[in-house]
Structures are given as C-alpha cells and as structure tokens.
Design a protein around this ligand. Structure first.
Ligand SMILES: O=P(O)(O)OC[C@H]1O[C@H](OP(=O)(O)OP(=O)(O)O)[C@H](O)[C@@H]1O
Ligand SMILES: O=c1cc[nH]c(=O)[nH]1
Length: 200
C-alpha cells in the first residue's frame, strides 16, 4: 500500500442490520393512530351515532384496540361507549391441532348484547377462523341486532366467508409471512405493525 493511501475505515459495526425477529415495519405508531381514528368515524357514521354500539375485543390485542376505539367513539359522540372482551379459545375449530392455550377473559359490558350492534375488534384478519369462533362465542351471550367486524390489518388468505366492515390497512402478504402487531400498554413498546419471514 502506498504511504499516502488512507487507512481503510474499519467495517461498520453490525448496527441497523434487519432483525429477523422484528421484521419490516409496515405501519408506524402514527399510521395506527390515524387508522383507528378513521375506523372510529366509520363506526359512528355506519350506526348513525353510537347509542347501541358495544365494542368487543378478541384477545389478546383486539381487547386493547377495542378499548382505544371505544375511547375515540366516545370522544366523537360525547357519550360513553363501552368496550369489553370476548374469548374464543374454546370455540376454535383447531383446538386440538394447536398447542394448549389458556382461555382469556370474556367481559361483556352491561346491559349485554341483546338487540345491540356488536363490533368485534381484532388486530389481524387472516384465515377468518378466529372470527368464526367469535361468532359462536357471542351467541352464548345473546342475540345482537347486528354484528360487525373491525380489524387493524387484513392480510388476506381467507379460508372462510368472512369479511371485515372496517379495515385499518389491507396488507397483501405471502402465506409464509407473519404479521405482528405490537401495542403500547400491551407489549410495553411503541405501536407498530411488522411483517417478517416469507420467501427470500
Ligand atoms: O384469521 P385467523 O387465521 O384466525 O388469524 C387471526 C388471529 O390470529 C392472531 O391471533 P393469535 O391466535 O396469534 O393469538 P394472539 O391474538 O394472542 O396473538 C390474531 O390476533 C387474530 O386473532
Ligand atoms: O400473520 C399472522 C397470522 C395470524 N395472526 C397474526 O397475528 N399474524
């Protein structure tokens, strides 16, 4: 090497390298907040208010999303709109095929679901099997006037005739990919949606 040749910089430390666990971010905290605000407005518009609306989140992260949506709808309508949770574990059609899961909590806000508009809320819609199980679970608590579905992400690949009424983001994905939703309060990190895996 000629004496004037600058010493090569050391190879950069491996910072910023994609972490295969965390995946590629497709929705930021702001995107999620905007999507939830839009869905809240859609719910109010669709129901001409929110007098009869009950939001039920499907564990796990659907519960946190339902809580946030109820807060937003309450702000828009200047009246309290309540959120609860609906566990679907024992109603799943893949109960035996999956590792054992501990049932989560079902909490139906008074005065129940009879005659009301129930908005089921989940983070990801994929095969549609969780939603099918939720419809079965809900039937044990009464007969809503209507049941609607709000999801933060619809990633496609339905296996059942299920369609969401309110979608934060339609996300075309490969079967082999995994969509992960992280929510502050639940995951103790900032809100994000990431995609990981898939064919290289
Ligand atoms: O449309 P599907 O194919 O049923 O998939 C969507 C469901 O999968 C995820 O739940 P998961 O079972 O991973 O549990 P989690 O909510 O505790 O993460 C997600 O939260 C939805 O509830
Ligand atoms: O990618 C997926 C599939 C099902 N459920 C999720 O949360 N993510």
């Amino acid at each position: 090497m000629c004496p004037d040749t600058p010493t090569p910089e050391p190879a950069p430390a491996a910072t910023g390298a994609p972490d295969p666990e965390s995946g590629r971010e497709v929705l930021t905290e702001d995107d999620i907040a905007r999507a939830l605000r839009r869905i809240a407005h859609e719910i109010v518009e669709r129901n001409k208010g929110a007098a009869d609306v009950v939001l039920l989140g499907i564990p796990s992260r659907g519960v946190e999303l339902a809580r946030r949506l109820a807060e937003l709808v309450s702000q828009i309508e200047q009246r309290e709109v309540r959120a609860g949770s609906l566990d679907v574990t024992m109603y799943r059609d893949d109960l035996r095929a999956q590792p054992t899961r501990a049932p989560a909590q079902t909490q139906i806000p008074a005065p129940g679901v009879d005659g009301r508009v129930v908005v089921l809320v989940d983070d990801v819609l994929y095969s549609g099997r969780t939603v099918r199980a939720a419809l079965d679970a809900l039937a044990d608590y009464g007969r809503p006037r209507a049941v609607r579905l709000a999801v933060l992400v619809d990633r496609g690949h339905r296996e059942l005739p299920v369609r969401a009424d309110h979608v934060g983001k339609n996300l075309p994905t490969a079967h082999s990919e995994r969509v992960r939703v992280r929510l502050s309060g639940f995951d103790r990190t900032t809100d994000s949606v990431t995609i990981s895996g898939g064919a290289r």
